[in-house]
Design a protein around this ligand. Structure first.
Ligand SMILES: NC(=O)c1ccc[n+]([C@@H]2O[C@H](COP(=O)([O-])OP(=O)(O)OC[C@H]3O[C@@H](n4cnc5c(N)ncnc54)[C@H](O)[C@@H]3O)[C@@H](O)[C@H]2O)c1
Length: 435
């Protein structure tokens, strides 16, 4: 018998995970407190996020009767073998992870449990959350028969379906063999295909997620700082990156310089890990320095744009190409744009931005930002163009034509999409990172 699954939280992680479990043949119900989100999914087949391939997968599994959506968890939790918690864990004011949504979900689940059920924390949570969720459920429903497991999610937005279906590894933290058996059954389709399942204790599993994200954030920040040094000493960061990445102990991934890390995970997860290090008197000094360095990198980049126009952008119009924190997503949570653009405004620039997918998010995150419906429109009357996100549309654009449209004929490329020698041949004033 395939496990029946409830997914609490139908956001980037919950919707992708739930849909992929359905695709693997399981019966899945995704729950959300956002009634409008659920209405759109059920009645109009509109998915709430931009994620390549997800709309077809949702439609196919809904049609096949394996994927359901509801706001009412009493309709599915009692019949589920496993209930996943995939709600947000945003950063609290003190830097720690805000656990209110996870604990609320735990309470909601507790009231509806019937028969042995495995509760699975898929949200990224501090070490000890498994125990907190267990305690909360016991306090609400002392009779409940359940175990709490940890199962952090490693999918990347923009490549989420592939990452979920073909993961580098699946990590599960279980308190006992009984719950481990349920988790093994859920991931059997993947382990049958040879994907690795690491079963460990709950605390290790919880820490694996934070440690992985902090390591990746550190790697990105490391190359960004090296890029800064490259600019001062005449080295080319792309060669340095290649030269160190070819060492198999280091590896080439996450050594691409850019405008600082951002997004829905790295900033809040590095902060939460640093917070927990302090809390347990085990300071994570490398992570603390990474956070500080990343902030400095973003701030420095506004100055770099000003330098491109001779030191002042007072009264200049900047065409901003890209707002999402990376390509292939509409997500702007903690995007570098949210730091760099206000810095540019402080320096006196007027901004007009274009992003292929992120305008809806930009409208409420930066209500005063002028948005253009195309890059051509953003470039009208611009003095300079700044590439912030590595969208395919920007990678393949006619750079010469773009530069020609700006009064300074200058492009500042914060993603190093083009070759400086090619740009020089085209007569484009091209400024990139670390070379
Ligand atoms: N986005 C990513 O790329 C990613 C990757 C790996 C892990 N994570 C982690 O996964 C978790 C979820 O992230 P996300 O990006 O999917 O968040 P999200 O904000 O996109 O989605 C969370 C959803 O949970 C819903 N929700 C909140 N409380 C609820 C409740 N009590 N009952 C039902 N629904 C509820 C919200 O309405 C929202 O739709 C976070 O801990 C995040 O750190 C995210």
């Amino acid at each position: 018998m395939k496990p029946r699954i409830t997914m609490i939280g139908t956001g980037y992680v919950g919707l992708v995970s739930g849909t992929c479990f359905a695709e693997m043949g399981m019966d899945v119900t995704c729950v959300d407190i956002d009634a409008e989100k659920i209405r759109k999914l059920t009645e109009e087949n509109i998915i709430p996020i931009y994620e390549p391939g997800l709309d077809e997968l949702v439609a196919r599994n809904q049609k096949a009767g394996r994927l359901h959506f509801t706001t009412d968890l009493s309709t599915c939790v009692p019949n589920s073998d496993a209930v996943f918690i995939a709600v947000g864990t945003p950063q609290d004011e003190d830097g720690s992870a805000d656990m209110q949504y996870v604990l609320q979900a735990a309470e909601d689940i507790a009231k509806n449990l019937s028969g042995y059920t495995v509760i699975v924390n898929k949200s990224t949570v501090p070490v000890g959350t498994g125990q907190r969720v267990e305690d909360r459920i016991k306090s609400v429903n002392p009779q409940a028969e359940f175990d709490v497991c940890s199962n952090p999610e490693f999918l990347r937005e923009g490549a989420a379906i592939g990452d979920f279906m073909k993961p580098d590894r699946i990590v599960v933290g279980c308190p006992n063999e009984k719950s481990a058996q349920v988790m093994k059954a859920i991931y059997k389709p993947q382990t049958d295909e040879g994907y690795s399942l690491l079963i460990t204790n709950r605390e290790s599993s919880e820490l694996i997620k934070y440690a992985a994200n902090a390591f990746l954030a550190t790697k990105i920040t490391f190359i960004n700082e090296i890029a800064n040094l490259c600019e001062k000493v005449g080295a080319d960061v792309m060669s340095v990156s290649e030269g160190i990445g070819l060492d198999t102990r280091i590896g080439s991934k996450f050594l691409q310089p850019g405008p600082g890390y951002g997004g829905s995970c790295f900033p809040k997860d590095t902060n939460a890990l640093a917070f927990q290090g302090q809390e347990f008197d085990a300071p994570q000094t490398i992570v603390e320095k990474t956070i500080e360095a990343n902030e400095n990198i973003k701030k420095r980049l506004a100055e770099k744009v000003a330098q491109a126009l001779g030191g002042s952008i007072q009264g200049k119009k900047v065409a901003v190409l890209g707002l999402a924190f990376k390509a292939d997503t509409d997500d702007m949570r903690d995007a570098p744009a949210l730091t760099i653009l206000p810095e540019l405004e402080k320096l006196g620039a007027t901004l007009v931005a274009y992003d292929p997918e992120a305008h809806e998010q930009a409208q409420w995150r930066m209500p005063n930002l002028a948005l253009a419906s195309s890059k051509e429109e953003a470039l009208e009357g611009a003095d300079i163009a700044v590439i912030l996100t590595e969208w395919q549309e920007f990678k393949t654009m006619d750079v010469q034509a773009v530069a020609e449209q700006t009064s300074s004929k200058t492009i500042v490329d914060l993603r190093n999409l083009f070759n400086p020698a090619d740009m020089a041949d085209l007569g484009v004033q091209y400024i990139s990172i670390g070379r």
